[in-house]
Design a protein around this ligand. Structure first.
Ligand SMILES: [Zn+2]
Length: 276
């Protein structure tokens, strides 16, 4: 387990869903390297380290998992392309907390990119099966349309192998717009990164946390204008980040990060510096 946060009666645990690396330029879009590298260090080939660490939310009502990690189905070639430094270890990490895969009640996916959806199904004796067989998997209907009919860009990152075991099962729970998932947990459709992207809002005993998924992938993406080349609708991402940052300030909310190996959760000062 990578980290832990208490939020009212909720406990959040970051699980080991794998680490990988992507081109820093693609992660920071039009921002010049000389500027972004002051906030996030690249290696000598310009790659930056990224986590894919699912967030387990233990509430008095349910065990909810936000995202699923990169999974264990990547080929040798894919592991090389995405520089998977550290393999997916979610089932063992759960066990260390006394929780089995079968205990997870709800899985929330912000969107279907392989680095979020790779852990939906895991390799087993008879091929890939659902990793969390008793969980309702919450996905925006719009994103599921991209899973079934990926556009030219989504075709690269929405891998059929991750969704096969979920298709035509009662585990698939398609939602539209804003939906209540469990007491204190809501998903909200945003678009931006992809058309069907959603975010998660957690609230317990007056404390609030926001998981903005790939609208806000690492602490270094605080500036609303610092958006990824991977975003399908960059102007929308800019607008959404401004809107959610205003909302977070009003709620004194924590930001939760899935891709950031350095900062799993934080609040910011006015200049965007991570508060200790
Ligand atoms: Zn991502």
């Amino acid at each position: 387990m990578k980290n832990r946060l208490h939020l009212g009666s909720f406990e959040l645990c970051w699980l080991d869903g794998g680490t990988f690396a992507l081109d820093g330029g693609a992660m920071f879009g039009v921002v010049p390297k000389k500027v972004w590298e002051k906030k996030y260090r690249a290696d000598n080939e310009n790659f930056i380290p990224l986590a894919a660490w699912p967030i387990l939310v233990k509430t008095p009502e349910a065990l909810v998992l936000i995202e699923t990690g990169i999974g264990n189905k990547l080929t040798e070639k894919q592991r090389k392309i995405f520089r998977v430094h550290h393999a997916w270890n979610v089932p063992a990490d759960l066990e260390s907390l006394g929780i089995s895969r079968e205990d997870i009640d709800v899985v929330v996916l912000t969107h279907g990119d392989f680095d979020h959806a790779g852990g939906i199904a895991m390799e087993g004796p008879s091929g890939p099966g659902l990793t969390f067989p008793n969980a309702r998997h919450v996905i925006q209907k719009q994103d599921w349309d991209d899973v079934l009919n990926p556009n030219r860009r989504a075709a690269n990152s929405y891998w059929a192998v991750n969704f096969e075991a979920l298709k035509n099962t009662g585990n698939l729970s398609l939602v539209e717009g804003e939906e209540h998932i469990s007491k204190g947990i809501r998903v909200i459709h945003t678009g931006g990164h992809h058309a069907g992207h959603q975010v998660v809002r957690l609230e317990s005993q007056g404390q609030v946390a926001l998981h903005l998924g790939d609208l806000f992938p690492t602490h270094a993406h605080y500036n609303p204008l610092w958006v990824m080349a991977y975003d399908d609708f960059p102007l929308e991402v800019i607008r959404l980040k401004e809107q959610w940052q205003r909302q977070a300030k009003a709620d004194n909310a924590w930001f939760l990060f899935y891709h950031d190996p350095f900062v799993q959760y934080c609040k910011f000062d006015e200049e965007g510096t991570v508060l200790p």
